[in-house]
Design a protein. Sequence first.
Lengths: 160, 454
Amino acid sequence: MGALTEDMKNRIRAFLPKYPRKQAVTLPALHLVHDELRTVSNEAIVEIAEILELHPSEVQDTMTFYEFYKGEGQKNGKTRLWVCRGLACMLRGAYELIEHCESKLGVKCGHTTEDGTITLEFAECIGACDGAPACMREDVHVMNVTPEKADALITELKLK
Amino acid sequence: MPYEPVLLARIDKPNSSKLEGYRADGGYATFERVLKELQPAQVIAQVKDSGLRGRGGAGFPTGLKWTFLPQNHPGPIYLCVNADESEPCTYNNRILMEKDPHQVIEGIMLSCYAIKSKCAYFYIRYEYGDGFRSMQSAVEELYAAKLLGKNILGSGFDLDIVVHRGAGAYICGEETGLIESLEGKRAWPRIKPPFPAVEGAFRKPTIVNNVETMACVTQIMKLGNAWFKSLGVPPDPKNPRDAGSYGPKLYTLAGHVEKPICVELPMGVTIRELVEKHGGGVWKGRKAKAVNPGGLSMGFVDVNAKLKDSDLTEYDIPLDFNGPGRVACLGLGTAAVTVIDDQTSMVDVLHNVCQFFSHESCGQCTPCREGTGWMLKIVDRLRRGQGRKEDLDILVDVADRIGIMPGTTICGLSDGAGWPVKTAIRKFRAEFEAAIKSGAKSQYAKSLEVVGAH
Ligand SMILES: Cc1cc2nc3c(=O)[nH]c(=O)nc-3n(C[C@H](O)[C@H](O)[C@H](O)COP(=O)(O)O)c2cc1C
Ligand code: SF4
Ligand code: FES
C-alpha cells in the first residue's frame, strides 16, 4: 500500500508528454497529491520521485521552497481559508478581518480547527484587490468580506 | 468623447470566455489571416514598429525582445506567458484571463507563429483558480476545434499550449524565477546573462511575456499599428532613449477609492484623473495622502508635493512609462494604482510593504535576504513606538544599496523592496520623525506572525 493510488499515479504520468523534462511535472504532481490528500507525506514524495525519475530529495527540495505545501506531519483541513493581508486589503480592514477569523475559529493563521474542517491562512495579495478585503476559499476568491460574511462562510464550511 | 475600450470590450458579454462568442466577435480571424498572408518575420516587424512595450512591469519593447532570439535556431523555442501577477495591488491580468481568455490566447498564437515556437507554457499563479479554469477550458476548446495541435488549418504550423500552475510565490513572476519554477525547481532567479532569449526554459531560447502584452499583440495584429500609435504618448524628443508609451493600458484602482475597478484608457492618464473620474474619488469624502502608482515595488507619490515650477502636484503626473520616474518612483510598473487616505499612518503602510518583501525574498542574495528582513524589523520597531532617530537614515541607506541597479543582487525583487522604503521616508519624513518623537504605538502593533520565507 503506497501513499498514492494507481489512479493518481496515472494522472501524474499523463502530465509527462507536455514537458521536455520529467522534472517539470514536479509542481503539477505536488498539486495533484496535495489537493487530494491535503498533505504530501515523505512516502508520497518518494513515489512522485519514482515517476519523475528524480531523487526524492530533489522533489523535497522544490516542495519546501513553496511554503504553500504541507509536508510530513502537517495536514490541511477540509477547506483552506485564506485571508489576504496585502496593502489594498489592509487599507480596507484585512488585519481586523484576520483577527476576527482567528478568534472565531480559535486558531492562528497557519493552523487547522480542532474538528479538521478549516485551515486558516494569511495570504499576500491574491489579486482580488477590487474586492478588498478579500479571502480565498481553496483557490476561489471571495470578495468584499465583512465580518458577517466571514461568519456565514465559516458556518457553511463547517457544515460541509 | 469617452474612450471606447478595446482590450476590455468583451468582458461584460454573457459567456465572454467561450470560443463561440469570441468567434462571433471576429475572434481568430486575425490569426487565420496572418497564417495565410504573413511570414513570421513580418509579424515581428509589425509588433516592433507598433511601439508595444511589455506590460509586465519593465516596459521592454516587445518586438525588440523577440529579435534577440538566435537566428535560424533549430528549436525548440519556447514562449512562457507570465500570468504570475503577484505584484501587490495588481489585478488586470486576472480580468483578461477570467473574462476573455481567447483574446489572450490569440495573442499567444500570433506570438508563437512570429517567434517560431511550437510550445507555449502559460504560467499562472495558483491563487487564480477561476483564471486557471477559464484558460484551461479555452485551450481545450481550441484543441477540439483543431486550432491548436498539429498542422493548424493545414498551414504546417504546430502549436501546443500548456497551462501550468504556480504555488504561491511572488518570485515566480521574475522571468528566470518563473523558468526555474516551470522546470520543477526552487524559483531561484538566474544570473543574467544569458538572457532567456538565448538560454531560457529547459536551456532553450525562450521569450517571456506578460498576459496583457499578449492581448495587445492580438489587437495590434487586428487593428494595426496606426490604431495602436494613435493612443498614448509619443517618445519624448528630449530623451533619445525613450521608446514612447503607445497604446491602451489596463489600470487597476485599489485601496481608498470609492470604486476599486480596472479601467482601460490610453497610456498617460494622470493619477488625479484616474482616481477622481474613474475611481469615484477618495472614499468617505476624505483626501488622498499618498498613492502607489504601479504596484508596491514602484514606491510612493506624495499627492501634496508640488512639482517644480508649476501649480501641479505629484498627483498630476501621467501614468506612462516616464511619468512616475519624474517624481522619484521606480517606474510605471504594473500601472496598479493604490490610494492611501489622509487618515492612514505611513508607518503602518510601510510596515505592510516591508512585511511583503521580507516574506517573498527568495533568499539567494545576502543583501536582499538580510536587507528585507532588517528593514522589516526596523519598521516594526517604528510602529511599536520604539523607533530611534537614526532608524530613518538606516532604512534609506539599506534601501539604496539592495538591488540590481546598485548591483548587489541577482534580481529586481530587491530594487522593488527598496523603492517604497526610500520614497516613503524621503517624501513623508516629517510623519516618520513625529512618530519616533511621540513614541506612539500603531493600532496594529500586535503584529502578525512573520512565518518562513519564499
Ligand atoms: C520580483 C519580480 C516579480 C515580477 N512579477 C511579474 C509578474 O507577476 N508578471 C509579469 O508579467 N512580470 C513580472 N515581472 C517582470 C518579468 O520579469 C518580465 O520582465 C516580464 O514578464 C516580461 O514580460 P513583458 O515584456 O511582456 O512585460 C517581475 C519581475 C520581478 C523582478
Ligand atoms: S534579489 Fe532577492 S529575490 Fe532576487 S534572487 Fe536575490 S534574494 Fe532572490
Ligand atoms: S491586497 Fe488583498 S487582494 Fe490584493
